[in-house]
Design a binder for this molecule. Sequence first.
Ligand code: SAH
Length: 235
Amino acid sequence: MLAFGGWNQGGLQPREPTGDAELSEARARMVREQLVARGIVNPRVLEAMAQVPRHAFVPAGERDRAYEDGPLPIGHGQTISQPYLVAFMTEALDPKPTDRVLEVGTGSGYQAAVLSGLVAEVWSIERLEPLARRAEADLGRLGFANVKVRWGDGFLGWPEAAPFDAIIVTCAPEEVPPALVTQLKTGGRMILPVGSQWGAQEMVILRKTDAGLEKKAVLPVRFVPMVPGRKPSEP
Ligand code: SAH
């Protein structure tokens, strides 16, 4: 049962009518063949992936491929992640209805939309202004009212909104950014790809405990790099 988020408050239909049975069927097939078949089991995560219209977050020219098994270009050299990785990272975060979650790398806004129905609040930071503005507009138009988007530098986190129950980073830094660890609650979870742009990257799951940081590498991956941004107030 998805209790939060604007898009399902009137029932189980996304607010934007796709008007297109083919897209709904393709999305249902994506859940079965790409997610369930590969071991995603959290029913809330599967429901969110079945509900959120991924096609509304990709450029019009890519819409027919929105439910295919891979990343897609979203402009400015960036990509919307493969659906399986979105589901995998969301499941690994263990999202709770009361959680306040930070996302670094808003991109299209799709990952934030998936989290929107699973947690209380999503705070999402994007380095590239046009992507931040577009995602903010799309999320608003589609009714994902509990997502806030900021154009800024994810390396700094979002100190005014911290601490967070969970943090998800969808671009790859070479090291875990210290500010993000600081902004994670004790008991909180973080998932992020770590590694160099050219070499190996690994998906890492962190848990902050009283005793320190528990760290587990779970999957070799390839994400766009996390690049230091600038503050909106800088010239
Ligand atoms: N979660 C996104 C995927 C985005 S791809 C989605 O669902 O579509 C990763 C994004 O991280 C890119 O848009 C890139 O511009 C952004 N990024 C890279 N470095 C960043 C930084 N330092 N701070 C914030 N965003 C960053």
